[in-house]
Design a protein around this ligand. Structure first.
Ligand code: PGA
Length: 302
């Protein structure tokens, strides 16, 4: 009988999925040497190589592939057991796992603070990633709930809209368009844009909006952070289209202006998403209910 710990299996699952030790360490909130040690112990116990490193790339051996498939099942079963125990205890204690897209970090903490105050026994793990990474997590059933602006088509999921998520056009406050009213959409074709990285929900929507109107999008720069984009706009590098949520903490900012462009703000929503056939834990249900009843905490205060 092999002596393998749940921790080793969790570590192996993350390394095998991400094919990267440092990303696995980041996801598990441990150091890279800890990941290497867990994998080494697992190798010793199994007695066969599980991973192969060729150059910088990591590959799974045949035994590794088998273990990876087994791990996914075990971890799911163990998660169900932990959930059952928490449910039997009648919660309100346990762990809530949420994954939210990058832009949701502007408002989710405003909800999590009061939620934790009401349920001090619940600890929360919130992963903040872009839309593509979030969809990977959803496909692997890694979290209880997902918060995103553009739910995917074709998956067996339930999506509940809970808050408006309009997209607005930003320009430097000194830009000549900042004083104009009803700027025609086609006018945007003349302007350079700073956009989010591929894989972001914002980027996806911006591209769709320009495509639908058959207007070319002139991309001057691509940045992976909403804050960096706002700084670049303020610095005069171009215009940007971002979720209004990125402005809500700072409604009085004076360096960037929201332009009055035809069709804007583009109406969208924030959704809380979950797998349809997933039995939600009492903790996750408590959070969903809290979200529905405290949504006013998330609305911009201006
Ligand atoms: P993003 O998603 O942070 O991945 O751009 C935001 C959104 O979909 O509104």
């Amino acid at each position: 009988m092999m002596h393998v710990s749940l921790r080793q299996l969790r570590t192996f699952e993350a390394v095998a999925r991400l094919k990267n030790f440092s990303r696995a360490a980041e996801e598990l909130h441990v150091t890279q040497p800890t990941v290497s040690k867990q994998i080494r112990l697992l190798h010793e116990e199994v007695g066969l190589p599980l991973l192969e490193q060729i150059g910088k790339k990591i590959f799974l051996t045949e035994a590794g592939e088998q273990l990876y498939a087994t791990c996914a099942d075990w971890l799911e079963t163990w998660g169900c057991f932990e959930q059952t125990v928490a449910d039997l205890k009648g919660i309100k204690q346990g762990r809530l796992r949420i994954a939210a897209v990058t832009t949701a970090k502007y408002f989710m903490p405003r909800l999590l603070g009061p939620f934790c105050a009401q349920y001090p026994g619940i600890d929360i793990a919130m992963e903040v990633v872009n839309r593509d990474r979030l969809l990977e997590r959803l496909a692997r059933n890694q979290d209880d709930l997902y918060v995103m602006g553009v739910p995917p088509d074709g998956l067996d999921i339930e999506c509940e809209p809970f808050l408006e998520n309009p997209l607005v056009v930003l320009a430097p406050a000194s830009h000549p368009l900042a004083r104009r009213k009803r700027i025609p959409f086609a006018h945007l074709a003349n302007e350079p844009f700073i956009v989010r990285e591929r894989g972001s929900g914002t980027r996806l929507t911006v591209e769709r909006v320009f495509q639908e109107r058959d207007v070319p999008l002139k991309i001057k720069m691509e940045l992976g952070s909403n804050e960096a984009i706002k700084q670049a706009v303020a610095g005069g590098l171009g215009l940007a289209i971002l979720s209004q949520s990125t402005l809500s903490l700072d409604p009085n900012q004076t360096e960037v202006a929201v332009l009055n462009v035809e069709s804007f703000p583009i109406k969208r929503y924030w959704y809380v998403v979950r797998q349809r056939d997933k039995q939600l834990s009492v903790v996750a249900n408590a959070f969903l209910e809290f979200l529905r009843t405290h949504v006013q905490l998330l609305k911009p205060r201006n």
